[in-house]
Write a protein that binds this ligand. Structure first.
Ligand code: HEC
Length: 160
């Protein structure tokens, strides 16, 4: 009885130690932290430029062909980053605090790449549409938003 209790206590302590080492390790790895920040930064570049285009499509921001082309061009350029260094093993939501990337991503890289390709194609279509007015931007918006959403639905922690 006493023996069992000691063993159980040691086991719990070992699990707790192991757990805290894992968390401390993920905080302390600057390469992982930099990768997570870089990819979240790219996502924010997407969002900023898409916000400008969406505002023009809705009429919340006055249409300006030059500004629309800058936003669409930025979006399209950002989709062409090589993401290889931005998604290292050990940077999913379970392994790294601050990440919202689901572990499923690492088991489905081919699909992730295809979804990234869908976004790049939609962003190129947005570049073509941008000089043609707010309505043309609105028409190109569905494919861009759909490409963002498809990947988030599969690989990002659901947002509240
Ligand atoms: C190929 C997959 C994929 C595509 C395409 C994609 N995202 Fe993401 N996005 C993610 C994942 C995964 C995360 C979570 C990353 C993390 O927290 O490490 C994320 C996070 C974000 C975030 C939060 C960034 C932060 O600071 O935490 C924003 C904003 C965002 N995405 C916007 C967009 C927009 C806008 C588009 C489309 C123009 C887009 N994303 C397309 C996968 C994708």
């Amino acid at each position: 009885m006493f023996r069992t209790k000691v063993i159980a206590t040691v086991a719990v302590a070992a699990v707790m130690l192991g757990g805290s080492f894992a968390i401390a390790g993920s905080h302390a790895d600057p390469a992982i932290a930099a990768a997570v920040k870089a990819r979240q930064g790219i996502m924010r570049v997407y969002a900023q430029n898409l916000g400008v285009l969406g505002g023009m499509a809705k009429g919340a921001i006055p249409y300006d062909a030059a500004v629309a082309s800058v936003a669409a061009g930025n979006l399209a350029h950002a989709t062409k980053f090589n993401h290889m260094l931005m998604w290292p093993e050990g940077s999913d939501i379970d392994a790294f605090e601050g990440s919202n990337a689901l572990p499923a991503m690492w088991a489905n890289f081919a699909d992730v790449g295809a979804k990234g390709g869908d976004l790049a194609a939609a962003a190129d279509a947005m570049v073509a549409a941008a000089p043609n007015g707010a309505e043309a931007i609105g028409a190109a918006m569905g494919a861009v938003g759909g490409a963002c959403g498809a990947c988030h639905k599969a690989y990002r922690k659901p947002q509240q």
